[in-house]
Design a protein around this ligand. Structure first.
Ligand code: FAD
Ligand code: NAG
Ligand code: NAG
Length: 548
């Protein structure tokens, strides 16, 4: 059994530099993308030093689709690098700095806005081929490249009875997730995913390759635990590996039966037109009714109250690992539903409180909760996420209060009425507790730059995340999310519930993520950045993501 456990998944592509722009002298690529001469020269030089196996006039065939959000797919870089080694990344950083070309780093490509991990007219460093995946001989750490996706990581480790603190959806990338915190299904016990990284292999601004850990570089190690791509390019993560057997968990969904009365209370009429949609809509009124009659439903009012009960009670309950609640509007048929994803340790003994049908104020219309492997849950959730659509993230952190959140949900109902006609629209709100995650994280290896304290109370992260089809509707959705989030933040502020922190992995491009870490921590991060990147390679030349 205890033979050599190191395996490297190194299906290495020979193509390392894939340029989009031919050998043309003029700085306009074949796609008509305006490329500065700096970037043209950098791409040309990189093709020479890193190899030219790829087609020179187009981007890699699978590149666009490897970006999750449609808004990121619309961005066309001058060239794409797919380094095979940390040395290649080092060469790339030196060349980029020399030519002053702007660039972006891409791991799993799940960032949600234009340019976050794809450089418009610049260089996109796609880390897809840095896909190491090994378990140390003592099974205490896993070495994982930023080209990996969580599904494969779990699958590999599960065979050896181990787990790392990673994503909840198979396709999410390792790199961005780990550099911005990372909420895992195990986070109440272990903290942010970023709190469970033993060391980083990091390419610094001057191109040197360093191993960063708590002892070697306490400052940089601290900064990387939430500092995103502001300090270097991580070419390998060494993650703490833990033992994990079965968990208890799954998705429970509830059709919500009080939506009509909520709209009435808001004085919003929802008239039906005499058309096919009228028939569909009338029929859909029956679905909640039918479900309600069978007892397989809940109300939004109850679900919100139940979430408060959970977030207050959870402190005393050791077996909770993590949970979240999503509130979703489905256009066809016309109904609202709540989904609860919950995971608990120790499935034996008393039935978990969350398995109690009354916990969300009703019986789940649908439930997959059972004793199972963590990997199977991650795989179950993956298909609920639809790559290629357009999305808009926005995160608000606040102390949960059910009475106040009832009003926030009303704001959501109002906005849904205004955007529900847009093709492919799927309005979603997700609430998840983060107090325990933060408390645990603060106690590991010198803490992190997030700046939480034990006095923050039962705080939760509210993610607004609509999905839609067409680029021409971007502005309408953005305006809707702005109205909703402004009203919500005003209310929370007034009630004294708003927390300054913003979760980077869920943030909108307009949010000042690092201001949310607090002035002191931001100051420290800036100082560390100046020390390791005095020329500002990562701050100046990488415009796409949040800056310290
Ligand atoms: C379907 C879906 C499910 C999700 N589930 C969860 C979840 O369960 N929990 C959670 O906390 N979040 C979740 N998220 C949010 C997720 O954490 C972020 O989208 C994260 O940025 C994804 O990382 P990535 O590597 O795929 O993205 P990328 O777009 O590749 O990277 C994001 C940012 O990090 C930078 N970066 C990436 N790799 C490196 C590197 N090696 N070195 C330096 N900088 C780098 C990039 O430049 C970019 O700015 C989910 C997102 C989606 C779309
Ligand atoms: C929630 O907020 C309401 C309104 O401000 C307040 O009356 C109530 O006491 C709060 N509930 C809790 C549990 O703090
Ligand atoms: C690169 O930067 C690191 C960190 O600032 C420093 O330790 C190292 O000496 C530098 N290397 C070179 C070649 O300048």
């Amino acid at each position: 059994m205890f033979l050599q456990r190191c395996i490297t998944l190194g299906l290495v592509l020979s193509a390392r530099v894939l340029a989009n722009g031919g050998g043309a002298q003029h700085p306009i690529s074949d796609h008509g993308v305006q490329t500065s001469s700096d970037c043209h020269n950098a791409c040309t030089e990189l093709v020479t030093v890193l190899g030219t196996q790829a087609s020179y006039s187009s981007l890699p065939e699978d590149f666009r689709d490897s970006l999750y959000c449609g808004r990121q797919r619309d961005v066309t870089p001058a060239c794409v690098l797919r380094p095979l080694t940390a040395q290649d990344v080092s060469l790339a950083v030196k060349t980029i700095a020399k030519h002053n070309c702007h660039f972006a780093i891409k791991s799993g490509g799940h960032a949600m806005f234009e340019g976050a991990s794809n450089a418009n007219g610049g260089i996109t460093i796609d880390l897809v081929n840095l896909n190491a995946l090994e378990l140390s001989e003592d099974m205490m750490t896993a070495s994982v490249g930023p080209g990996q996706r969580w599904g494969r990581v779990y699958e590999f480790l599960e065979k050896q009875g181990r787990v790392v603190i990673g994503g909840r959806v198979s396709s999410v990338g390792v790199g961005g997730f780990l550099l911005g915190g990372g909420i895992s299904f195990l986070s109440r016990k272990y903290g942010w995913a970023s709190d469970n990284i033993r060391s980083y292999e990091l390419v610094l601004a001057n191109g040197s390759i360093a191993n960063i850990n708590y002892k070697s570089h306490p400052d940089l190690y601290w900064a990387l635990r939430g500092g995103a791509g502001n300090f270097g390019i991580v070419t390998r993560f060494e993650l703490e590996a833990y033992e994990l057997g079965s968990i208890w968990g799954g998705l429970s969904a509830y059709v919500l039966t009080d939506i009509r009365s909520r709209y009435q209370a808001l004085n919003i009429a929802r008239p039906f037109s005499f058309s096919l949609s009228h028939i569909i809509q009338s029929a859909s009124q029956l679905v909640p009714k039918l479900a309600g009659r069978l007892g397989f439903s809940s109300t939004s009012t109850n679900v919100i109250q139940a979430f408060e009960d959970m977030i207050v009670k959870e402190k005393a309950d050791e077996s909770y690992l993590q949970y979240f609640v999503s509130l979703v509007y489905h256009t066809t048929p016309d109904f609202y539903a709540a989904g609860v994803l919950h995971v608990r340790e120790k499935p034996d003994g008393n039935p978990p409180a969350l398995a109690d049908p009354a916990i969300m104020g009703g019986k789940p219309t649908y439930s997959t909760s059972k004793v199972r492997s963590l990997r199977s849950l991650v795989e179950e959730i993956d298909p609920y996420n639809n790559p290629g659509y357009r999305y808009l993230y926005h995160e608000i952190t606040f102390r949960f209060n059910a009475t106040v959140f009832q009003k926030v949900f009303d704001f959501f109902l109002e906005e849904v009425e205004l955007i529900k006609h847009l093709p492919g629209i799927l309005p979603v709100l997700i609430i998840q507790p983060i107090s325990e995650i933060s408390r645990v994280g603060n106690n590991k290896n010198g803490g992190n730059p997030f700046g939480f304290t034990d006095h923050d109370g039962p705080i939760c992260a509210l993610l607004t995340n609509p999905q839609w089809d067409r680029a021409e509707d971007d502005e309408e959705v953005k305006a809707s999310v702005s109205r909703f989030t402004e009203k919500t933040m005003d209310l929370l502020e007034k009630e004294g519930l708003l927390h300054r922190w913003i979760y980077p992995n869920y943030a909108n491009e307009k949010q000042d993520v690092f201001a949310g870490y607090g002035e002191k921590n931001r100051g420290k991060l800036r100082e560390i950045q100046r020390k390791y990147d005095p020329e500002g390679v990562f701050s100046r030349l990488q415009p796409g993501y949040f800056k310290v």
